[in-house]
Design a binder for this molecule. Structure first.
Ligand SMILES: Cc1ncc(COP(=O)(O)O)c(C=O)c1O
Ligand SMILES: [Zn+2]
Length: 390
């Protein structure tokens, strides 16, 4: 067994919890983080051993849970040198990490692969998730693979492709006339009675573990170092938190020094609680009323892990910016026509952020900048129809 998982630790009060059972949040209500014996992990997790391992996220076995993976081949997505889009912005070293190539077409596959692996190992009878869309599709697929029933609770205005995929995977879809926060409340209120294990964002510890592998991959794909800037479309913030966690583990294993990529959170102008809190200097965010954006993954009015996102952004000397829907649609067309990447609006938002930060002088022309295209545009036919009308 390669996994060196030792226990779970509260992200706030630091209380420890056992890992070999179903776990949600700490008794204080805050997210739990998986902790490893990194002194042991570093002995076998090396560039040399990695070279012989399969090209999926489970290659980082020492720093992932050790149960038999429920996998569809997620991870090791391409890091593309975006020369033409870079030139359009003024950046020589602009890259796109294309997460749209994961199973079910988004980076949510990573987190749900890890979460369903653990839920299966510890006997969950049914899984439930509130979702803006892509996480629901991913849960439905991994639950099908694991032979566990899944209930997906999503807003009525979720992109049609997300609804279809969940049904195709055999999950039960429940629609609510509201936002993901209302869906979250619904799951929390019904889970006991209905016997669901809740896999909501940050309400179980392993979605972070799956998503942190994006950080490990970047290190490998950048030739044993990390980029100067990472731009990430932030809803619940799991990928950002996960990558920062990965960088901490990598430092503890001696892979990197103290220096970190500057993390950039981009949110929709119509729902920007983290950007507002960042600008105000607050340590947590306020609930964003009347959230509107067609980037459904960014329609998150309040993230459970807001205090961790804000802490991580500041610790990395990062930034937080907004993109309007019109800007996202235009940037999506640029990524498609200049780079051959058919992005989700959330992914396109990262190009908007790169351009704004370059114009402000916050990014230098020769710096290495990675944009995360978190999902495929193929699931956003409604948004793309609007984009192509212009
Ligand atoms: C395509 C896409 N990008 C970004 C996000 C936001 O992800 P996170 O919760 O990691 O911030 C989502 C979430 O639904 C998404 O579907
Ligand atoms: Zn706690």
């Amino acid at each position: 067994m390669l996994s060196t998982l030792t226990h779970l630790e509260c992200s706030q009060c630091k209380k420890t919890h056992p890992h070999a059972c179903l776990q949600n949040v700490c008794s204080c209500g805050k997210p739990l983080l998986a902790r490893y014996d990194l002194a042991a992990a570093r002995r076998t997790l090396t560039a040399k051993t990695l070279a012989a391992r399969p090209a999926n996220m489970w290659r980082y076995a020492e720093v992932l849970p050790g149960n038999p993976p429920v996998t569809l081949g997620e991870g090791m997505t391409p890091l593309l040198h975006a020369r033409r889009a870079g030139a359009a912005v003024g950046l020589q070293n602009l890259y796109i990490k294309d997460e749209g190539l994961n199973p079910t077409g988004s980076f949510k596959a990573r987190g749900l692969s890890a979460a369903v692996t653990q839920a299966k190992a510890y006997g969950a009878k049914a899984l439930a998730i509130p979702t803006a869309g892509n996480a629901g599709g991913a849960l439905a697929a991994y639950a099908a693979k694991a032979d566990i029933p899944a209930v997906i609770v999503m807003p009525t205005d979720t992109p049609a492709a997300n609804v279809m995929e969940c049904r195709a995977f055999g999950a039960e879809v429940r629609h609510l006339d509201g936002l993901i926060s209302d869906c979250g409340k619904y799951v929390a209120e019904h889970k006991e009675r209905e016997g669901w294990f809740e896999v909501s964002t940050l309400k179980e510890p392993y979605r972070i573990e799956g998503k942190k592998t994006m950080g490990y991959e970047l290190w490998e794909q950048c030739g044993g170092k990390l980029p100067d800037v990472i731009i990430y479309p932030t809803g619940g913030g799991v990928g950002l938190i996960g990558m920062c966690k990965a960088f901490g583990e990598m430092e503890d294993m001696g892979w990197i020094e103290r220096e970190r990529p500057r993390m950039v959170c981009v949110q929709a102008a119509g729902c920007a609680p983290i950007v507002t809190a960042f600008e105000k200097g607050s340590t947590s965010s306020e609930f964003w009323s009347h959230a509107v954006t067609m980037a459904s993954g960014l329609r998150v009015p309040k993230a459970l892990g807001d205090f961790i996102i804000l802490r991580d952004l500041r610790a990395s000397n990062g930034a937080a910016v907004t993109a309007t829907d019109e800007e996202m649609l235009a940037a999506g067309r640029e990524l498609a026509s200049l780079e051959g990447v058919f992005a989700a609006p959330e992914g396109a938002a990262t190009l908007v952020a790169a351009r704004k930060l370059f114009a402000q002088g916050w990014i230098e022309p020769e710096e290495t900048v990675v944009l995360f295209n978190t999902g495929t545009g193929y699931k956003y036919s409604e948004a793309w129809e609007a984009a192509l009308k212009v």
